[in-house]
Design a protein around this ligand. Structure first.
Ligand code: AMP
Ligand code: FES
Ligand code: ZN
Ligand code: ZN
Length: 308
């Protein structure tokens, strides 16, 4: 297989795009495509201050790398969750994130949940869920809250996450199975800013997970290979496996599923009763962040509940 650009030996063959590239041209292609998506979805302009949420995984570290290469003003934020799982998961992801930042002279903000709120994620989950279910819901609420808080308090215009196509397609699959119109309406590459919260963007949302793995490896980025130990057996991993089976039979199916969804929404597919499905937002009296219901937000309620 030959590189479409230079004719040298290709190292990546993307059947879904009918495109094979050598290392050099693949490492150029990914940032070029990212720049295209940033413009296409109006994610941010050249002078905006970007905060990249970096987990130590391949997607978010690659995203940070790409934004730097494209000349954007992007700092990082790592949230220490205090998850061990027998593999020192949080410690290792923190180490790799710090290493990435210091080797490139990049600014990294670190929030340690245990130091900030007195409990790690597994402890918060044990106290609030009382052994029922995985900590992922508690973790999700906490990460979202902290990302919004830091982006707002430090004056960033945009908050960028490393969600890739496999992540987005799996969420879309779940939302479609349940016909959760509120979630379908909100699942976007860009969520505009509101109530003083930074705009949220997902610049990698059109890249397959395997494309990001190839990018991180070819670029020589050291990242944590392990998934979060609590994600084993989760619904989202199950949906990803199902979609991979489909993709194996029909290359491009995942991308079509996602892109046609974005297109359908643009064309008003879900527009009939938009007003009814987007509930009015309130502000949490404790932290000020927007909430779906009047009163304290779910994060503040949780933290209050576990206070000694
Ligand atoms: P996940 O929810 O683990 O699939 O991660 C989705 C995105 O959230 C990642 O690509 C990161 O941008 C961000 N993220 C996840 N975990 C962390 C973390 N511990 N610290 C900062 N950002 C994170
Ligand atoms: Fe949060 Fe796994 S429970 S990353
Ligand atoms: Zn080439
Ligand atoms: Zn709150």
């Amino acid at each position: 297989m030959k590189c479409k650009t230079c004719g040298e030996k290709a190292v990546v063959n993307m059947t879904q795009h009918k495109l094979a590239l050598c290392k050099e041209h693949y490492l150029e292609w990914i940032p070029q495509q990212t720049a295209r998506f940033i413009k296409k979805y109006w994610m941010f302009g050249p002078d905006e201050k970007i905060l990249v949420a970096v987990s130590g995984g391949k997607d978010s570290l690659s995203l940070w790398d790409i934004l730097q290469r494209l000349g954007y003003n992007a700092d990082g934020m790592y949230i220490g969750l205090g998850i061990d799982g027998g593999i020192g998961y949080s410690d290792e992801s923190h180490r790799l994130t710090e290493k990435f930042a210091s080797e490139r002279g990049l600014k990294l903000h670190v929030v340690d949940i245990q130091k900030e709120y007195g409990q790690s994620i597994p402890e918060l989950a044990a106290l609030t869920l009382r052994g029922q279910g995985r900590p992922c819901s508690v973790c999700g609420v906490t990460k979202r809250h902290e990302m919004n808080r830091i982006a707002h308090d430090l004056g960033y215009d945009v908050l960028a996450t490393g969600h890739n196509l496999d992540d987005e397609a799996a969420v879309l699959f779940g939302n479609t199975l349940n016909w959760s119109r509120e979630y379908l309406l909100r699942q976007k590459p860009v969520l505009p800013e509101h109530d003083g919260l930074a705009r949220k963007v997902k610049p990698l949302c059109r890249f397959y997970e395997k494309e990001m793995t190839a990018y991180a490896m070819l670029r020589g980025i050291e990242y944590i290979y392990d998934e979060c130990p609590f994600s084993v057996g989760s619904t989202s991993i199950y949906y990803k496996e199902l979609l991979n089976q489909l993709e194996n039979e029909r290359p491009g199916a995942k991308l079509t599923f996602y892109l046609n969804f974005l297109d359908a929404r643009e064309k008003g597919f879900f527009a009939d009763d938009v007003v009814k499905v987007i509930p009015p937002l309130f502000n949490c009296p404790t932290c000020g962040q927007p909430t779906m219901y009047e009163g304290k937000c779910s994060f503040c309620r949780m933290v209050e509940k576990v206070k000694p």
